[in-house]
Design a protein around this ligand. Structure first.
Ligand code: ADP
Ligand code: MG
Length: 275
């Protein structure tokens, strides 16, 4: 009998709040599930849970992670199944308990159990570097750092990277640059991707454009990565590509300047024909 491989545990973190951690956790998780992987999302933002809302699952929550560690329910009872994909679920954060209700050791136990049954465990972390952050990182061996191209966000990402470097368990971390506006970068009104990568000296996992479809998706409780059809938003493609890269595929970075992909495809066709 061969032992089943243990799931990969990835923490999504940033230092600064409001830069897109929860959005990225939901979309990467749904993106990996869309590829057929078994995925669980863990919300560690105790008191400020909103991963459930982004997933449209807030009304289905009965138990949460603190109920699990305090043995008021079994782990399986606390997992909320996604409405759209059976291989995606959420372990919700407690909403009202104080932040010390969970310890890094308890977190490791819960994640250890989940690893037996899932390919990916994605952990959404709170802002800052306090208890919640320590819990979120405790059980992870990989990290995704989310930043926006603003000095305050990059500075906080730098601090977080320093903390991740100091953690032996974290073997690999990469950056998502979120809310990118190519027009502003071109006009030198925004730090560009290379500037940020150089300051942070970090590998790039993906770039997400500023995209109002993300806000619409948040309000609908359906991550933008779940949109299907020919004319999906750029953010949908960007998150799908990130999910593929995490799964080990070599996917080129999106050209965010191209407004409509089919125009580009037609242009390429002509280029090919002329060659
Ligand atoms: P965090 O978890 O880091 O605090 P969130 O993921 O909750 O950040 O995002 C904060 C807000 O920014 C949300 O309202 C979200 O819809 C919005 N947002 C995040 N990424 C983008 C984007 N690429 N384009 C537009 N809005 C975004
Ligand atoms: Mg959040």
């Amino acid at each position: 009998m061969t032992a089943k491989a243990q799931g990969r545990v990835i923490v999504v973190t940033s230092g600064k709040g409001g830069v897109g951690k929860t959005t990225s956790t939901a979309n990467i998780g749904a993106g990996l599930a869309r590829m057929g992987y078994k995925v669980v999302l863990i919300d560690t933002d105790i008191g400020l849970r909103n991963l459930d809302i982004l997933m449209g699952l807030e009304n289905r929550i009965v138990y949460n992670i603190v109920d699990v560690v305090e043995e008021r329910c079994k782990l399986a009872q606390a997992l909320v199944k996604d409405k759209r994909m059976p291989n995606l679920c959420l372990l919700p954060a407690a909403q009202t308990r104080d932040k010390s209700a969970l310890t890094p050791e308890q977190m490791k136990d819960v994640v250890g159990e989940l690893q037996k049954e899932h390919d990916f465990i994605l952990i959404d972390s709170p802002a800052g570097i306090e208890q919640g952050f320590q819990n979120a990182v405790a059980a992870a061996s990989e990290a995704i750092v989310v930043a926006t191209p603003e000095m305050s966000s990059v500075r906080d990402a730098d601090r977080i990277i320093g903390m991740l470097e100091a953690k032996e368990e974290i073997t690999n971390y990469k950056l998502i640059l979120n809310r990118v506006r190519p027009d502003m970068m071109k006009a030198n009104d925004m730090m560009d991707v290379d500037d940020v990568l150089e300051i942070l000296s970090v590998k790039l996992l993906g770039i997400i454009p500023e995209d109002q479809s993300i806000i619409i998706s948040t309000n609908r409780g359906e991550p933008v990565v779940m949109r299907e059809g020919d004319k999906v938003p750029k953010a949908t493609m960007a998150y799908r590509n990130i999910a593929s890269r995490i799964a080990g595929e070599d996917v080129p970075f999106l050209d965010l300047d191209t407004p409509i992909p089919w125009v580009e495809r037609v242009k390429n066709l002509f280029k090919f024909g002329a060659a």
